[in-house]
Structure formats: structure tokens, C-alpha cells
Design a protein around this ligand. Structure first.
Ligand SMILES: Nc1ncnc2c1ncn2[C@@H]1O[C@H](COP(=O)(O)OP(=O)(O)O)[C@@H](O)[C@H]1O
Ligand SMILES: [Mg+2]
Length: 176
């Protein structure tokens, strides 16, 4: 078993399953002997990035901080899982370029119509009503990854199927 850390970087629309899959994988990775830490977007914005908004500049600052901390942990043997929308390709690629550890980008792909229909947090409804501004997918951009290590189709797969794909990739690279 490898004791190397790495960054498991989820990206995708709100409600596309980033937190669900991250949370699902944590006990499995721990069972495999890994130390694991989750940097979840919502929690980071309450702490590390408190006060930042949703302009491109603030989003980029937020993602830069998440990437910085994820790398610090991972270079000390921790599996750093991040679960933030991280909508901008150049910023994700910037974090990847700075990483001193393997960087595994997981795109939780789902049609907007599906996540909007699920609207697990009621945010799409508010975004459509204009109550929330600069909402990714509605009134703010989302740039799909062009070379994600893993793409899961969370609009049509089960959580188990998506998680299995991610674990298969990690095993194939000897990371787990
Ligand atoms: N294959 C799948 N992977 C992840 N989530 C899924 C999948 N299929 C259905 N879902 C559901 O989609 C929702 C995703 O919500 P969440 O994980 O909070 O998204 P995010 O963190 O990306 O905003 C959950 O209600 C989850 O049960
Ligand atoms: Mg989430």
C-alpha cells in the first residue's frame, strides 16, 4: 500500500455530487490505511475564505487557498480531497501546476437540467429568481475540464458507480 499523499480535486456544478462522493470515499480510503482530509467548498468559505464573494477574483482567491492547503497536507502523506465548484479552468490548471503531489481531477459531470431539477439545496430556484447573483451555471460561467483524470456522470450513474470509477483510477495509478 502506498503511503503517498495526493490531491483528489472535485469540480462540477452545484449539486453535481462533489460533497456526496467525497464523503462516500473518505471511510473507504481510511479503511485502506490513508490519512484523509476534506476541504469542502461550503466549509472553506465559512473559515479559510470568510468574507470572499463570488466575483472571478474572489473565486480565484478561494480556489488558490484551497489548492495551497491541499498541497501542504498532501505532501505530508495526506489524501487531500477538495469539493468546491472551481468553475475556472485556468485556475484549476494553476493549482495543478503548483502541486508537488499527484493531482487527480474528478469532473462530476451532470446536465444543468438534472441538477436544477434535483435542486437539493434550493439554490437554483433562488438563482433563477435573481435572489442569488453570480450563480454558476445560471448567471456565472462553468468551464468544463478538458483533461480530467476521471469523469463521472452523476446525472445518470448511482453514487456507488461513480465512486467505483474513481477508486479504480486511483488503484490503477498505485495511489490506493
Ligand atoms: N452518482 C452520483 N454521485 C453523487 N451524487 C449523486 C449521484 N447520483 C445522485 N446523486 C445525488 O446528487 C446530490 C449531490 O449533492 P451534493 O453532493 O451536495 O453536490 P455538490 O457538493 O456538488 O454541490 C445528492 O443529493 C446525491 O444523493
Ligand atoms: Mg458540496
Amino acid at each position: 500500500m502506498s503511503d503517498k499523499g495526493f490531491i483528489l480535486w472535485f469540480t462540477g456544478l452545484s449539486g453535481s455530487g462533489k460533497s456526496t462522493l467525497a464523503t462516500y470515499l473518505i471511510p473507504i480510503l481510511k479503511e485502506a490505511g490513508k490519512k484523509v482530509e476534506l476541504l469542502d467548498g461550503d466549509e472553506v468559505r465559512e473559515n479559510l475564505s470568510k468574507g470572499l464573494g463570488f466575483s472571478k477574483e474572489d473565486r480565484d482567491t478561494n480556489i488558490g487557498r484551497i489548492g495551497y492547503v491541499a498541497n501542504l497536507l498532501a505532501r505530508n502523506g495526506v489524501v487531500s480531497i477538495t469539493a468546491a465548484i472551481s468553475p475556472y479552468r485556468d485556475v484549476r490548471d494553476g493549482v495543478r501546476a503548483k502541486a508537488q503531489v499527484p493531482f487527480v481531477e474528478v469532473y462530476t459531470e451532470s446536465p444543468l437540467s438534472v441538477v436544477e431539477e434535483r435542486d437539493t439545496k434550493g439554490l437554483y430556484k433562488k438563482a433563477r429568481a435573481g435572489i442569488i447573483k453570480q450563480f454558476t451555471g445560471i448567471s456565472d460561467p462553468y468551464e468544463e475540464p478538458l483533461k480530467a483524470e476521471v469523469v463521472v456522470h452523476t446525472g445518470s450513474e448511482s453514487i456507488e458507480e461513480s465512486a467505483k470509477k474513481i477508486l479504480a483510477y486511483l488503484k490503477s495509478k498505485g495511489l490506493v
